[in-house]
Ligand binder design. Sequence first.
Ligand SMILES: Cc1cc2nc3c(=O)[nH]c(=O)nc-3n(C[C@H](O)[C@H](O)[C@H](O)COP(=O)(O)OP(=O)(O)OC[C@H]3O[C@@H](n4cnc5c(N)ncnc54)[C@H](O)[C@@H]3O)c2cc1C
Length: 448
Amino acid sequence: MLQDGPVTLSTPIAHDADLPPEADLVVIGGGVAGVSTAIYAAKAGARVVLVEKGRIAGEQSSRNWGWIRQQGRDPDELPLVMEAVRNWHDLQSETNEDLGLRQTGTLYFAEDDATLERYRNWAGIAAGHGLDSRVIDRAELSRMLPEARAGWIGALWTPSDCRAEPWLAVPALARLAARLGVTIRENCAARALDIEGGRVTGVVTEAGRVRAPSVVLAGGAWSSTLLRRHRVALPQLSVRGTVAQTEPLPEIFAGQGVDNHFAFRRRVDGGYSLAPSFDHDFFIGPDAVRHSRAFFPEFRRDMLSTNLRPASPAGYPDAWRRTTCWGEDEASPFERLRVLDPTPNRRFVARMARHFAEAFPSLGPVRMRKAWAGMIDSLPDMIPVIDNVPDLPGLTLLTGLSGHGFGIGPGVGRAAADLALGRDPGTDLTPFRFARFRDGSRRAAFHL
Ligand SMILES: Cc1cc2nc3c(=O)[nH]c(=O)nc-3n(C[C@H](O)[C@H](O)[C@H](O)COP(=O)(O)OP(=O)(O)OC[C@H]3O[C@@H](n4cnc5c(N)ncnc54)[C@H](O)[C@@H]3O)c2cc1C
């Protein structure tokens, strides 16, 4: 049966392979980052094992908006996200399945001249990378969206941006990985890294040990939990993002767009995915306090759109009463919460339906089919870590995709696979180094 909503604990297990005693590479985490890493490592000839504590794409990777967006990205990420777009097209044909991949473009709507000016500057940066972003005026925008009744005076437009259906795409990529020879096991947490003589020599999972000279940690919101067990600190926090899906409606635009109030994306099932542009919930826990200085600039910027909640729910990575150390023979926090499946914020759902209906009145009443949420993991500078971890030789970290990992996944996964296998990643990964959080070389986050 075709997946018809975000992947949850009730989604049947699709991958239950026996774990081999050894491999060339073990990947921890079956989101878009881990699955992409596994694909490119297998293509390079490595024997790869991937373990996922819950379900493939059970967390952020089936819960996101489905935007494959180069537009507005941090300039340091542009080469990787542009590669990711090319990789998505290749993967679409290699899977021989419909990932919902469509090249339909992204629009950022502008309500004032200052915003348009910022967009013009960014289009200049994009042009330097050979990306097709450009600013369009009110007249061109009205030709593209004749039904729109919002007060937009123009937009930033990137025609080569794409969209895909997250809960179809990432499971399909996992099936491709399995066909390429990757051993995948769901419902199988990595409890700890196996370490001998200060070097990572494999992974201790709840189903046994797998020896490997290289391990990639792509654990999304849980990466810092596993690192902490091995006394490595990473300033990682998560926020809850709410998304909803409308009933099928006429097509007013084939791509995706966002203004100051709401974001929308056309879906292959004839509806739209809607989300608030900025509003999110933030649960306070021990890491929120510990990393408050590092995240302060982002918090200050987002203050008005952050809905603060005093207590992170039990079992969440940043819960107040969490376990930070456990034995290899004990159930780990990863097994206690197999799939992080937060409840959506209903207030946000009602508000975005209203904004969408007001912007496109010709659609008539906007009825929601379902709503869901996901915990978006972030680092203070809003770009990932893609690096070998200096304190744990043998471990490559791919995490902190900071709200845009679905689109860039096949790019960063390719780079992480090369790094882990000791191959030339072919692109400058300096901006994504792990040490930036320790040596003070971290720069401020880029915002368009
Ligand atoms: C609401 C929302 C909207 C978003 N919209 C977009 C968008 O439009 N475009 C975009 O590009 N990005 C978007 N994102 C961000 C994007 O979804 C994420 O950046 C991306 O999916 C992260 O992928 P990942 O593989 O790093 O993490 P995840 O998808 O979270 O996967 C990590 C996996 O690791 C597993 N795991 C963790 N620890 C262990 C362990 N010890 N053992 C075994 N398994 C483990 C987890 O169970 C999980 O399945 C959005 C995210 C959300 C939540």
